[in-house]
Design a protein around this ligand. Structure first.
Ligand code: ADP
Ligand code: ZN
Length: 721
C-alpha cells in the first residue's frame, strides 16, 4: 500500500519524500483506521488525507470551516489533475448543480463542504446514496470549546457516524493542547490510540529578535534583503498598520494594509493581491492570516511585541509552508511592554492574570540568551534537546563573554530602593544619569545619593543591564504597572554577597547559513516567475497553484531540458507537466542556449523513479475501462477536464500493461494526416518500435507532430492487441 502512496506522492504531487509522520498517518488511514493528526501549520496535513482519497475506490468528504480554504484546496487539486469539488454558499445555482452532477456521476475523489452544508438533510440523503470511503474533518479543533475557534456545528458531526457507518474518520488540527485533543476524540468517538502528533519544530524558520532601536530604518533594511519576495509585517494596532504602510509605500515598497477597520471589500482585495503576488508585503494586525494558504511567504516581521507565544507561533507558522527557508524577525522594544500593558489594564481582573502570564512568557522569549527554538517548543509541551539549533540568533551568535557588572548592578538596585520601588527602568536610569527632567526635579530625586552616579553607561546599556537583572531574577518587574521591585536576590547583591555577570555589548550575528544556501539562478528565476504570473492571471488563479517557488528554484538549479528531468523537479507531477511542462521547458532551454548552460542531473531522483515505475496509477484503468464501454476520447477529455494527450497516454499505459482496447475507427479521425501519411507512420512504428516516439518523429523528417504520433501509436497498438 505504501508503495502506491509513494507513487501518488511522486506522480500526482511531484514530491520525492514524505514529510515527518505523513507516511505513518497515510498507512494508518488506508488500513481502515480512524485517525487523529496533529501537525503544525505548514506541516503537510492536506496530503495525509488527499493521498488516501486517491487510493480509496470511494469518495472522500472533507469538512472544512472556511470558504477561502476550500476554494484554494480544490483549485490546487485541479491543477494536479485530481477531480475535487466544493459545495458552499459562494457558488451560483448552476455551479452548485454542476458539482452535484459530478458527484452523482462519481467523477470526483474529494468533496469539500462546510459542516452546516454537510448536515443539511438533502445533502446527507444525496451522499448516503454513494460510496463514501472516508470522512475527513479539517481544523478539527473547531469542535472544542477549549480551542480558540469553537464552531457549534462541528459538535453535530458525530451523527455522521450512524449515517456513514463504514466510512473511515480522520480529524486534523494544528492545535496541540491535550484538552483540545481529548475533546476531538470524545466528540467524534475516535480511538485515542490512533493519534499522530508531529513535532512543532519548524526547521526552516530562522528566528531572530533585535532590540527595537530605529524601527523604520530596521524594517527598511530587513525588507531590502527580500526583494520581490512575499512577507507579512505584524503590528499591534490599526493605527500603526496605517502609518507603517504609508511610510513604506512612500519609500517605494510594494505594500498594502490589512486590519479590521478596512471595509470587507478592501480587505478581501488586499488579501487577494497578496496571494496573487501583485503586492509583496502586507502590513497587518493579527486579523490577517486565517485561511491564508500561500506557501511562499519568505519573512514575517513583528514590528511590535505580540501578546502571547501562541499567537506569535501561529503568525510565524504562516511563513515557509513550502519548506524553503523563511526569516522571522521580532523587533523588541521595552516601550512595547507598556503598550500592551495599556490593553491589559482595560481587561477584567480574571483576564488580566492570564494576559500577564502570557506577556511574561513572550517577553521571556524576546529576552532570552538561550536557544529561541527550545523556548517555543518547550512552551508547547514538547521536549527539545538539540544542543545548537543553528537556526536562531542566539545559537548562531559569537557570544562575547560576560563581564562582572556587580558595581553597576548595586548602583541600579540602590536607586530602585531609594526612589521607593514604584518606578520603571527608564526613570531609574534618568536618576542615575543625572537627568534634570521635570519629573526628577519635582520628585526631589536630584537630592538622592544615587543621583548622577551612573555616567559610565549610556541609556541603552543601562537598559540592557536592567533587563538582564530581571532575567536573572535579581530584580522583579510588575508587568501590569511597569514598576521595579527588589527581592531577596537584590539584597544579596547590594550587600556584596553575590556577584553579577552580564553581557552588555550587543553581539554580532553570524550570517544565517540557511538563507545563504539558496544558490539558484536569479535571472532565470525571475523569467520563470514572470511567466508563471502571466499564466496565473490569465487563468484567474494564484501563481503558486501552477508551480511553487521551490519548483521554480529547482528549475534554476538543475536547468531541466527533458521531460524526465522536468519530472524529477520538486512539485512537478504528471498533470502539471502535461499542462505547463513544455512552456517552462521552452523558457529554460532558450535561456540555457543563450547562456551556454548545461543541464545538471538531479541524481538522487533517478533511483526513486526506477523503483516506482512498476506501479501505475489506477486512473489509467478507469479511463480505459470507460473508453472500452463506448465513451470517445473527446468525451473523456472534456469530462475529466484533461488534455487529449493525457487520455491517449492512459490508453497507451493500459495496453502496455497488457490491456486490450476496443477497435475504434473514430480514433483515426482524430488524426489530421492524409491516409498515405498515416500508413507511413504505422509502418514506421512496426519498423522502428513504438516505445520511443523520437525515432519515428525523425524518420518522418520531423514533419509529423508528436500529437499525431500519440494518436497513431494508440491506434497501432489497439489494432495489434
Ligand atoms: P498544513 O495544512 O499542515 O498547514 P499543507 O498541507 O498546506 O500544510 O502543506 C504545506 C505545504 O507543504 C504545501 O505547499 C504542500 O504542498 C507542501 N507539502 C506537503 N507535503 C509535502 C511533501 N511530502 N514534500 C514536499 N512538500 C510537501
Ligand atoms: Zn537556537
Amino acid at each position: 500500500m505504501i508503495e502506491q502512496a509513494q507513487h501518488v506522492l511522486k506522480h500526482v504531487f511531484g514530491y520525492d519524500n514524505f514529510r515527518p509522520l505523513q507516511q505513518e498517518v497515510i498507512t494508518n488511514i488506508v488500513s481502515g483506521k480512524d485517525t487523529l493528526v496533529i501537525m503544525p501549520t505548514g506541516g503537510g496535513k492536506s496530503l495525509c488525507y488527499q493521498i488516501p482519497a486517491l487510493l480509496f475506490s470511494g469518495i472522500t468528504i472533507v469538512v472544512s470551516p472556511l470558504i477561502s480554504l476550500m476554494k484554494d484546496q480544490v483549485e490546487q487539486l485541479k491543477q494536479l489533475g485530481v477531480s475535487a469539488v466544493f459545495l458552499n454558499s459562494s457558488l451560483s445555482v448552476q455551479e452548485y448543480q454542476h458539482n452535484i452532477d459530478m458527484i452523482l456521476r462519481k467523477d470526483v475523489k474529494l468533496i469539500y463542504l462546510a459542516p452546516e452544508t454537510l448536515l443539511q438533510r438533502k445533502i446527507l440523503s444525496l451522499l448516503s446514496t454513494i460510496d463514501i470511503a472516508c470522512i475527513t474533518i479539517d481544523e478539527a479543533h473547531c469542535i472544542s470549546e477549549w480551542g480558540h475557534e469553537f464552531r457549534p456545528e462541528y459538535r453535530q458531526l458525530l451523527q455522521l457516524r450512524s449515517i456513514f457507518p463504514h466510512a473511515i474518520y480522520v480529524a486534523l488540527t494544528a492545535t496541540a493542547t491535550p484538552q483540545v485533543q481529548k475533546d476531538i476524540c470524545n466528540n467524534l468517538n475516535l480511538d485515542t490510540q490512533n493519534t499522530f502528533i508531529a513535532s512543532f519544530d519548524r526547521t526552516n524558520l530562522y528566528l531572530q529578535v533585535l532590540p527595537k532601536k530605529s524601527p523604520l530604518q530596521q524594517t527598511a533594511q530587513f525588507l531590502d534583503s527580500f526583494k520581490q519576495q512575499s512577507g507579512i509585517i505584524y503590528c499591534l494596532t490599526r493605527r500603526q498598520v496605517d502609518e507603517l504602510t504609508a511610510h513604506l509605500h512612500y519609500q517605494g515598497y510594494s505594500v498594502l494594509p490589512y486590519h479590521a477597520g478596512l471595509s470587507d471589500e478592501e480587505r478581501a482585495a488586499n488579501q487577494d493581491r497578496f496571494i496573487r503576488d501583485d503586492v509583496s508585503i502586507i502590513v497587518a494586525t493579527v486579523a490577517f492570516g486565517m485561511g491564508i494558504n500561500k506557501p511562499n511567504i519568505r519573512f514575517i516581521l513583528h514590528y511590535d511585541l505580540p501578546k502571547n507565544i501562541e499567537g506569535y507561533y501561529q503568525q510565524i507558522g504562516r511563513a515557509g509552508r513550502d519548506g524553503l527557508p523563511a526569516h522571522c524577525l521580532l523587533l523588541f522594544g521595552y516601550s512595547d511592554i507598556q503598550k500592551l500593558r495599556y490593553f491589559i489594564e482595560r481587561m477584567t481582573e480574571h483576564e488580566q492574570a492570564h494576559a500577564i502570564t502570557h506577556l511574561q512568557a513572550i517577553v521571556g522569549y524576546a529576552e532570552t540568551e538561550d536557544c529561541r527554538r527550545e523556548i517555543l517548543i518547550n512552551y508547547f509541551g514538547e521536549d527539545y534537546s538539540t544542543e545548537n539549533c543553528k537556526l536562531c540568533d542566539n545559537c548562531l551568535e559569537e557570544k562575547t563573554p560576560k563581564t562582572d557588572v556587580t558595581v553597576a548592578a548595586q548602583k541600579f538596585l540602590s536607586c530602585v530602593k531609594r526612589t521607593g520601588e514604584i518606578f520603571g527602568a527608564s526613570y531609574i536610569i534618568d536618576v542615575l544619569r543625572g537627568s534634570s527632567s521635570a519629573k526628577v526635579m519635582s520628585n526631589n530625586h536630584h537630592q538622592l545619593s544615587t543621583y548622577n552616579i551612573g555616567l559610565e553607561y549610556n541609556k541603552d546599556t543601562w537598559m540592557l543591564l536592567a533587563r538582564q537583572l530581571i532575567q536573572q531574577g535579581i530584580l522583579v518587574q510588575d508587568l501590569r504597572l511597569g514598576s521595579l521591585k527588589l527581592n531577596a536576590n537584590s539584597w544579596q547583591v547590594m550587600r556584596g554577597q553575590r556577584a553579577v555577570r552580564a553581557r552588555l555589548v550587543s553581539t554580532s550575528s553570524r550570517s544565517n547559513k540557511l538563507l545563504d544556501e539558496l544558490n539558484y539562478d536569479q535571472i532565470l528565476f525571475s523569467q520563470l516567475r514572470q511567466y508563471r504570473k502571466e499564466l496565473a492571471d490569465n487563468m484567474d488563479v494564484p501563481p503558486y497553484t501552477i508551480f511553487s517557488d521551490k519548483s521554480l528554484q529547482e528549475m534554476c538549479i538543475y536547468y531541466p531540458q527533458t521531460r524526465t528531468s522536468m519530472l524529477a523537479i520538486h512539485g512537478v507531477g504528471d498533470a502539471k507537466f502535461e499542462k505547463y511542462g513544455d512552456a517552462f521547458l521552452d523558457i529554460i532551454m532558450h535561456y540555457c542556449a543563450q547562456n551556454n548552460i548545461q543541464e545538471k542531473p538531479k541524481s538522487i531522483l533517478a533511483s526513486n523513479k526506477i523503483k516506482k515505475r512498476k506501479i501505475e496509477p489506477r486512473k489509467y484503468i478507469m479511463v480505459s475501462d470507460r473508453y472500452n464501454h463506448g465513451e470517445t476520447i473527446d468525451q473523456l477529455k472534456n469530462d475529466l477536464n484533461v488534455t487529449r494527450n493525457t487520455i491517449l497516454s492512459h490508453l497507451y499505459h493500459f495496453m502496455m500493461d497488457g490491456g486490450k482496447l476496443r477497435q475504434d475507427k473514430d480514433l483515426l479521425s482524430l488524426s489530421e494526416l492524409s491516409e498515405v501519411q498515416q500508413k507511413q507512420v504505422l509502418f514506421l512504428f512496426k519498423e522502428l518500435g513504438f516505445e520511443r516516439l523520437k525515432p519515428v518523429y525523425q524518420a518522418c523528417s520531423e514533419e509529423v507532430s508528436y500529437d499525431e504520433l500519440h494518436i497513431l501509436r494508440v491506434y497501432y497498438l489497439a489494432q495489434a492487441s
